[in-house]
Every structure is written in C-alpha cells, then in structure tokens.
Design a protein around this ligand. Structure first.
Ligand code: SF4
Length: 371
C-alpha cells in the first residue's frame, strides 16, 4: 500500500497503527506536499518524516516539489478558510499524484496520513479519494485513527518521539489567515504582538535568524547527529523577544548611502531627519530617535570582521549573535533598542533615516544534551 505522507506528527502514529492493522501489507511512504511554503519548511518536514520512516523501517519516496503547479491549481481560492474549497483542491491534487504513483509502482491501494490530522475534514478527503478512485480505478483505504482516543494517543506519541510540530498547515494562505487570528487573540496578552509572517522573510545575506525555519532545520539536523552518536537530548522551548527588519535606508544630503541597521534597532516613527550632534569613541549621536552611527571600521573591530565597506556587509552580513554583541558595545545596556546604523563614514551633514522593523514576543526551540 502506498501511504501519502504530510508530516511526521501525523505519519508516525498513522503508520504505526497501519502496520498493526495491515500486517501483510508492505507499506511505502510517499512525501508529496508542494503546498508547503516556503521551501525550507518543506525540507524541515521532509527531514523529520525521513527520520520517522527510518525508525519504523518504512521505505520513503519523495515526490516532486511542483509548487508553481499547486499555486496555479488553487488560484482564486486564496481567501478560502481552512476546510474550504482551497483545501478540497489541495487534497485532490495531492491524492491524485499519490494515486498515480501507487499505480506506477503496481499498487492497488493507497491512503493518506492527512486522515489522522484533527484539523482536516475526513469527509473532504473521502470525497476527493472517491473522485480519484473512479478516474484511476484504484482503492483508497479509509481508516479513522482519530476517534476512540486516537488523537490523544497521537499527541502522546508525538511528544515521546520529539517529532517536529509545525504550527501551520502548510500553505502561505492558511498561514496568513492563522496569523491574523492569532494577532487578535494576543492583543490582550502582549503590548507588542505580531502578525508578521516571519516564515516568509529570508534576508538577502542568507544568514540564520532567530526562530527562523533555517534555525529549526539546523537544530533538527543536529538532533539526528546526536541520535546517531547515541547522545540523549531534549528539545525545549523558550520565549524571547525577536526582531525583524523589513526595510531601512539612510540619506545624507538627500543621497542614499550604503547603510546597515544592527539587530534590535527600532524607531518610534519610521522616519527621522536630523544631524549628528556629537561623536564619542567613534560613535556618532544623532539628535533624533536616539539613533547612533558607527563606521564600518568600528563594526569590523567589534565583530572581528574585515568588510571592505558597508555595501559588502549589507550583502554578506554577520552571525546574528555577533551583531547583538557589537550592539551591546555601542548602546546602554541590554534593553536599549535605539537604532544603531553602520555607514562608511559618520555623516557630517543632514541625515534622514527610514526604518521599518518589528520587535515581538516569539518562541524558539533549543537542544539540551542530557550528559
Ligand atoms: S490550509 Fe492546508 S490543506 Fe488547505 S490548502 Fe493550505 S496547505 Fe492545503
């Protein structure tokens, strides 16, 4: 039987149950999920499914990541709610490709781990499968592992196996809707919450940002390494203040100059116009928004880098932690959020600063080794 797989949290429990209920079947996993966006999230979910299938001794085939075709299929349905028409098309597509793969492999039966997800409509999945079965002459295996305590059991397995628990279904549209709803709820909890789709932000420099998908990917790769070495570990969560820059630039005498805003720089308004009032120890103090300027030379000294100019820094960046260290050396204490801006030279005439950035409460995962 070919088993279409959506994620490890659903597949690990589902495959365990399927193995028990169909002891004579050779199960083959098929990861076909071009709905998952961005691509780094797709890699992360696949990585965890690979780990899970390996543990269960199940062969896994990766389908094509044909994201553009998926987008085309759901065109016009972007604003549909979850369990709506877009999800129907999404299921049709994934199940049809899975059914074709089953046929190609000479299988007569196929199923999907989506059936066990508490957030999916089993009725929608059933209807999609019936249409496909009529078209391709295959047999979709419907199993309900959610009822009679199944969902609770699935949660237990997921915790025990420390599976990667994504916090959105997969697509960009579902995520945008979910974030808008979270924003409404969190408004009363945090003075500054966020509807920022930080999953969709990747910096020009490709550096790894805190709580980004890339950071999680590195962590889940590391856990595989620990497991291979037999080192016990725990994945723990921590709440922290996160930061993302959306846009920022500096003009000196009306000319845009290369500039780089250090992490946790934020302004009350997005625009400030003024001048550098004084300089102390190579830090230029602007008379607006507590902004501070340092030269690329000073930045190089603080971070042990050797960027030839600010432009190079803008394109290459430095590790996030190093940047935070450099910031600490310039501002007054841990909680100072003034904009700190790197330029080639400290501006000596009229300066305009434009900055759109966000600071927000976030949660990240960390690995703790137990010895
Ligand atoms: S919310 Fe989930 S099931 Fe619905 S379209 Fe998006 S990825 Fe597919």
């Amino acid at each position: 039987m070919l088993v279409h797989i959506c994620c490890s949290v659903d597949s690990h429990f589902f495959l365990e149950r399927l193995k028990k209920d169909f002891p004579d079947e050779k199960l083959t996993g098929f990861f076909y999920d071009p709905n998952i966006h961005p691509y780094s999230e797709y890699r992360l979910r696949l990585l965890d499914v690979e780990r899970s299938c390996k543990k269960l001794g199940i062969e896994l085939i990766e389908g094509e990541y044909d994201f553009e075709n998926w987008l085309e299929a759901v065109r016009g349905l972007e604003n549909e709610p979850e369990k709506g028409k877009r999800c129907e098309v999404c299921f049709d597509r994934r199940l049809e490709v899975a059914a074709k793969k089953a046929k190609e492999l000479g299988e007569e039966k196929y199923t999907t781990t989506l059936l066990v997800s508490p957030l999916k409509s089993q009725q929608q999945l059933k209807s999609s499968a019936e249409r496909i079965d009529r078209k391709l002459g295959l047999k979709f295996v419907f199993v309900d592992y959610r009822s009679r305590g199944g969902t609770q059991e699935q949660a237990r397995v997921s915790k025990e196996e420390q599976l990667y628990r994504q916090d959105y279904c997969g697509c960009l549209f579902g995520l945008a809707k979910q974030r808008a709803e979270q924003e409404q709820k969190n408004r009363f909890l945090y003075a500054e919450s966020s509807q920022l789709l930080d999953e969709m932000i990747s910096p020009l420099t490709n550096r790894i940002l805190p709580a980004s998908i890339e950071e999680r990917l590195a962590l889940y790769r590391e856990r595989i390494r620990l497991e291979e070495k037999g080192i016990p570990y725990k994945i723990i969560k921590e709440k922290f203040l996160n930061w993302r820059i959306l846009r920022g630039f500096v003009k000196v005498s009306k000319q845009t100059v290369p500039s780089y805003f250090l992490a946790y720089s934020i302004m009350k308004r997005e625009y400030a116009k003024g001048k550098i009032e004084f300089e102390v120890e190579d830090v230029g103090y602007m008379n607006r928004d507590e902004a501070k300027f340092i030269t690329i030379e000073k930045f190089n000294k603080l971070t042990g880098s050797d960027f030839k100019d600010t432009k190079e820094l803008m394109l290459k960046g430095v590790e996030f932690e190093k940047e935070v260290e450099a910031r600490r050396a310039v501002v007054f204490g841990e909680y100072d959020l003034s904009p700190v801006i790197v330029t080639d030279t400290i501006p000596d005439s009229k300066v305009e600063v434009f900055l759109q950035s966000k600071i927000y409460v976030d949660v990240r995962e960390n690995l703790v080794t137990l010895r």
